[in-house]
Design a protein. Structure first.
Length: 202
């Protein structure tokens, strides 16, 4: 938690089970913002999958009694919500997806409508991790700018999934995003700090 002179309240949600690169990105943005913030580490929360019971369609409330209840209270009080997830098989992580699915009551009640969102993701295109996803020679691709772009495809897809959730479903305004494709978030430190400063001026 950090308190400086800004009035904005930011909630940063990390969907990283390991808590390494993703949390570095999140922390860098939050520190640069100088705003009051809270970090939610989904790996430490007990959030069950959405049971699709349909109860929230009427009540706009979720009957599942777990740590998501605390987030139903907190999220509508934030000005800015940062979603930070590693890319896992061209998608968000399982714990982030559980969180997203459990946001159905907030979608139905439109409680996050108009809030600002920031998106962060990181992937690592090392051969052992994405060989199965991208059917080409990674070393060769690195030498060619056009195919180098393809290396980050799974990561941009992950970013897009979070964007659709925030923008289309939750009706939030995405004010910035950063993605890292080489598993080295330090390489984007300047961009992350810049994003933090942009947030501070919102
Ligand atoms: C199950 C799994 C699937 C992954 N899928 C992708 C992927 O589709 N694209 C990619 O670039 N990296 C992929 N990665 C690499 C991770 O995104 C990368 O290691 C990231 O830094 C993990 O975040 P963390 O450092 O916060 O734990 C995958 C890793 C795991 C464990």
């Amino acid at each position: 938690m950090s308190v400086k002179n800004k009035q904005l309240k930011i909630i940063g949600i990390s969907g990283s089970p390991r808590g390494r690169n993703t949390n570095y990105m999140l922390q860098t943005v939050l520190d640069a913002s100088g705003c009051y913030y809270e970090i939610i580490l989904l790996k430490d929360k007990k959030i069950k999958p959405c049971a699709a019971c349909g109860g929230c369609y009427k009540s706009h409330k979720c009957v599942v009694n777990d740590d998501m209840q605390e987030l139903y209270e907190k999220l509508p009080k934030a000005d800015i919500i940062i979603l930070a997830s590693p890319t896992f098989f061209a998608n968000v992580t399982g714990i982030m997806k559980n969180f997203i699915d459990r946001c159905l009551p907030l979608y139905l009640s439109e409680k996050l409508k108009g809030k600002k969102a920031v998106l962060l993701t990181v992937g690592n295109f090392r051969k052992d991790e994405v060989r199965y996803l991208d059917n080409f020679d990674i070393e060769k691709a690195m030498k060619n700018p056009a195919s180098r772009r393809k290396l980050g495809e799974s990561i941009r897809r992950c970013l897009n999934i979070m964007k659709i959730f925030c923008q289309k479903h939750m009706k939030m305004k995405v004010i910035g995003s950063v993605y890292v494709i080489n598993g080295d978030p330090e390489s984007k430190k300047k961009e992350l700090i810049k994003l933090g400063r942009i947030i501070a001026n919102k």
